[in-house]
Design a binder for this molecule. Structure first.
Ligand code: WT7
Length: 647
């Protein structure tokens, strides 16, 4: 059972602070009245339908929900097109010349696409994909930096009914080829490179390695982001701008069934193999549309900036689909927050008059470390709402964010959700919820989230497992090519109940406090990494006999990866090997998975049934037992520790 945080007295004091919605904010908010929770609970289907009705449907649905656990269908029989909802709807209205995407590259270059511009680009690129032979249902892999072409590609796929699979640009060539092969993608969209901290992400170069192993790829489209040297293979590789030159300017949006697949996005689970999470059309769009509108209280004049990369679910739901379905102006920034200096984010807010800012706790802790003088140099008075996502936010960071960035006038929405949930599920409604720093507060109206014990009984006040007891529109519909894993992973702990893998605590007022993962999934800087994946990357190295990976607490990243490694007979476990192993993991998975510590151990502590004792390793990694890990080189020490943990 997960333990209850926080541990420090100071944090406990902060936990008790409360922040009611600012009066001025409440006055104009979409939701001002708490009665919506009761109303949605009484008839959740009618509640979700009211949002679905705000979208454009080609054919209306006949049934709101068909629930055959664990399979849900939403807006059954309805037909719609996501790109038409996100682009055409606004391009053909008074919003035609409103900025849809305000983009800034790391070197300082800028582009603004109005809804009309976006409409033209999406239509043309949809025709390009068709010319390359992409048909409804085909998979298209996207491996791009954060440039407008990422959103254009996604929307163009949606327009013709192709399923996109975006792979974060920070993933390695090997990770990319695994994902392409799993989805059997036909086309890969990439770029010559992307900027990061003044340097270059050599995406096409990595993609070239990846596609040596991916027979399903027929064409590669390359966006020219910089002037980076690369190999272009005649017949297979095509420049984006060349293809766009002769593309027709209109492409009829494909009428998609509400339950047709929109995209798959790979995420790490408790095994070594990432899973392709499946999201469909009508329910997903309704869910992200509704939550973007209410959680961020999106108003027509807002300038909305979500700092996530398009390679993560946040980039899908709250940078592209949710905001554009609402006709919002979205800011996108390609690069690093400290380039060329530590005030880059605040300069962007000032420059574009950003009103809503959504980022991750790890970023906030980094800003705290850099110091408040950086934001203080900029005029942040345009801000009216702040959000966080990705991991639990410590009350100290929450309060700093509220004071130094929000100047005590912006509500902070701490939003809990997952790649699988597709949409935000636990969150304040900024016009009604009294905030408590560190708590994601309450389930969104229409959502049933409960804290359960092992037996599946509800915990009144206290800690347990976070579970979702009713289907919601944007929920995952499965794991690509692996229905068995879908059932086992999420629906087998208790019948007909979705297990999130998170621990949570419920307080006297029914507020939810997220406590982190309770399974073998780590959360490093808000990125999900599986212990098993890192372990397999390590044992793939010739020096390694066995390895066990756990996480330890980290001030900035939330969690850091710690690898316990037993080397093969005759191998010297020296600092050189440590570096080699870290590099090996970065190469196999991506630098986000690079272990902070490698601890060489003569033996790995195991239970009698042969299971690695992760709790012991976690305590060692966190310095709770043994100050000096070098003693792990002595097999007797491991045996002794093991004994004390077995008792
Ligand atoms: C896991 C999902 C959802 C987009 C980013 C991550 C953790 C996410 C919060 C939050 C506490 C959070 C959970 C969850 N998480 N948001 N506000 N408070 N924990 O998506 O990679 O699918 O990871 O991130 O542990 O299970 P993801």
């Amino acid at each position: 059972m997960p333990t209850t945080k926080p541990e420090t007295i100071e944090a406990l004091f902060l936990e008790k602070r409360k922040f009611p919605p600012p009066a001025g904010f409440q006055k104009i908010a979409h939701v001002k009245d708490e009665s919506i929770y009761e109303k949605a609970k009484a008839n959740p289907e009618a509640f979700w339908e009211s949002f679905a009705k705000e979208l454009d449907w080609i054919k209306p649905w006949q049934k709101t929900l068909e629930w055959n656990p664990p399979y849900a269908k939403w807006f059954v029989g309805g037909k719609l097109n996501v790109s038409a909802n996100c682009v055409d709807r606004w391009a053909k209205s008074a919003h035609r010349n409103k900025a849809a995407i305000i983009w800034e590259g790391e070197p300082g270059d800028q582009r603004t696409l109005t809804y009309w511009d976006l409409y033209r680009e999406v239509n043309k690129f949809a025709n390009v994909l068709k010319r390359l032979g992409v048909k409804k249902g085909d998979r298209v892999a996207i491996y791009l930096p954060l440039i407008p072409e990422a959103a254009i590609s996604m929307l163009a796929c949606a327009r013709i009914g192709a399923v996109h699979s975006v792979v974060f640009g920070g993933f390695s060539a090997e990770a990319l080829s695994d994902r392409i092969n799993d989805a059997q993608a036909k086309v890969l969209i990439t770029a010559d490179g992307g900027y990061r901290r003044g340097g270059l992400l050599p995406l096409k170069h990595d993609a070239d390695y990846a596609i040596k192993e991916t027979p399903s790829i027929e064409h590669v489209v390359i966006v020219k982001r910089g002037d980076f040297p690369l190999r272009v293979k005649e017949g297979r590789d095509h420049w984006w701008h060349r293809l766009m030159q002769d593309a027709e300017s209109f492409c009829e949006p494909e009428p998609m069934d509400s339950e047709d697949m929109l995209f798959t996005l790979y995420t790490s689970g408790t095994t070594g193999k990432p899973k392709g999470i499946i999201h469909t059309t009508g329910g997903y769009l309704t869910g992200v549309y509704a939550t973007t509108k209410w959680v961020f209280d999106l108003q027509p004049e807002d300038v909305y900036w979500c700092t996530a990369d398009v390679g993560w679910i946040t980039g899908h739901s709250y940078m592209v689909y949710g905001p554009l379905a609402n006709g919002a102006t979205v800011v996108m920034y390609e690069g690093s927050p400290d380039w060329p200096d530590k005030d880059r984010f605040w300069r962007i807010i000032e420059k574009y008059g950003v009103t809503i800012f959504y980022t991750a706790p790890t970023a906030i802790r980094t800003f705290m470390k850099w110091g408040k003088e950086w934001p203080a140099k900029c005029n942040l008075s345009s801000l009216r709402l702040l959000g966080t996502v990705g991991e639990p936010i410590n009350p100290e960071a929450w309060v700093w964010y509220h004071e130094e960035i929000g100047k005590c006038k912006c509500p902070v929405v701490d939003t809990w959700w997952q790649t699988e949930t597709g949409m935000i599920l636990i969150t304040p409604l900024p016009g009604v919820t009294t905030l408590k720093p560190g708590s994601a507060t309450k389930p969104f109206p229409g959502i049933e989230a409960k804290v359960l014990n092992e037996a599946g009984e509800e915990v009144g006040v206290g800690g347990g497992y976070l579970a979702l007891t009713k289907p919601w529109p944007a929920m995952l519909r499965g794991i690509y090519g692996d229905p068995e894993r879908y059932e086992k992973q999420y629906w087998s702990k208790w019948p007909k109940i979705y297990f999130t893998g998170d621990g949570a605590k419920r307080d006297e007022e029914g507020y939810l406090w997220l406590l982190g993962r309770v399974d073998d999934v780590m959360n490093v800087s808000g990125h999900r990494i599986s212990t098993m994946e890192v372990e397999s990357a390590l044992v793939d190295h010739s020096a390694v006999a066995e390895s066990a990976v756990v996480s330890r607490a980290h001030d900035i990243k939330g969690e850091a990866v710690v690898a316990f490694v037993t080397v093969r007979e005759g191998v010297k476990s020296d600092p050189k090997l440590t570096e080699q192993l870290k590099e090996h993991v970065a190469k196999k998975i991506g630098s986000l998975a690079r272990p902070d510590d490698i601890i060489f151990s003569a033996d790995l502590p195991k239970t009698r049934s042969g299971k690695i004792m992760r709790r012991l390793l976690k305590d060692i990694a966190n310095g709770k037992v043994l100050g000096d890990t070098t003693t792990l080189a002595d097999p007797d020490v491991v045996k002794h520790l093991q004994k004390t943990y077995e008792e």
